[in-house]
Design a protein around this ligand. Structure first.
Ligand code: NAD
Length: 273
């Protein structure tokens, strides 16, 4: 290690240039805030909701940071190429990608339409693949430095990369795919000093699962699955992503970091099952 990556007066991601997809709400919004708070320049991608992304970018700039809001659909190849080039144009390069965008279109298998199957796979798996591919190509232009990857990717997975979930077969298929995609890419580009990891949130309070946590009964049912006894907040995930993206995690690649309050510990077995 040539230098200590953090220390008094040094921010964890000072000088880094990041793209966060799906950053106009929920986890992506908190991740963009978290990366900016750690010193990174951040491209805040939005799909349908421009205003919060523009507002967040303006807030980051007002606090002395660097940020732009960039429109793009991650399931569209041309848009993804534009997101990477837009980040490079804004900041002179790109070092970090957080492939976060995701949707749910839930239905029991008999009622799940091909359209809804494909929509979820297109955003949650193909979208992450396109973002990873274009980011890796851009990272290859970054110089080699001791103790620092040429580029770092964090894929937003889910506890459902390992926990089956009836009524959500499209979502779990995509997240299971993200796990193997992440590990395979990590293996493929490790020698180029590019890191690829995933964060797998459990139940986090965001718009995607509002129907579950917004009612008392829904929250109680959710808490029965969480040994740690509270729902997660987007900031819980943002802190994990910030660490994983940073040089503090320079020797970590091909790993999923679960941020789930113990949801993957099989709460039903507490008290001997
Ligand atoms: P959210 O609905 O607030 O965020 C999803 C984001 O993806 C939105 O900003 C949306 O605009 C964006 N998006 C949707 N389609 C897009 C497209 N085609 N192109 C670009 N962006 C698009 O929900 P969230 O909970 O913040 O979800 C973020 C990620 O976290 C998702 O990948 C989700 O699967 C994952 N996740 C969430 C939880 C949870 O409990 N909230 C748990 C595990 C994993």
């Amino acid at each position: 290690m040539a230098e200590t990556p953090v220390g008094p007066g040094r921010l964890l991601l000072a000088g880094r240039r990041a793209l966060v997809t799906g950053a106009s709400s929920g986890i992506g919004y908190a991740v963009a805030q978290g990366l900016a708070g750690a010193g990174a320049a951040v491209a805040v991608n939005y799909h349908s909701d421009r205003e919060p992304a523009e507002r967040l970018a303006a807030e980051i700039r007002a606090a002395g940071g660097q940020a732009v809001a960039l429109h793009g659909d991650v399931s569209n190849e041309e848009d993804v190429v534009g997101l990477i080039s837009g980040t490079v144009e804004a900041f002179g390069g790109i070092d970090l990608l957080v492939a976060n965008s995701g949707i749910q279109k839930d239905a029991a298998v008999g009622e799940m339409t091909l359209k809804d199957w494909q929509a979820v796979l297109s955003v949650n798996l193909t979208g992450q693949f396109l973002c990873c591919r274009e980011a890796i190509k851009a990272f290859r232009g970054n110089p080699e430095q001791p103790g620092r990857a040429r580029g770092s990717i964090v894929c937003m997975s889910s506890v459902h990369e390992v926990i089956p979930w009836a009524g959500h077969v499209n979502y779990v298929a995509a997240k299971g795919g993200v796990r193997m995609m992440m590990q395979t890419l990590a293996q493929e580009v490790a020698a180029e000093r590019i890191r690829v990891n995933a964060v797998a949130p459990g139940a986090i309070r965001t718009p995607i699962n509002q129907s579950e946590w917004a009612t008392k009964e829904g929250m109680e049912a959710m808490l029965r699955l969480i040994p740690y006894g509270r729902i997660g907040e987007p900031e819980d995930v943002a802190r994990a992503v910030t660490w994983l993206a940073s040089d503090e995690a320079d020797y970590v690649t091909g790993t999923t970091l679960f941020v789930d309050g113990g949801m993957t510990l099989y709460a039903a077995f507490i008290g001997n099952g």
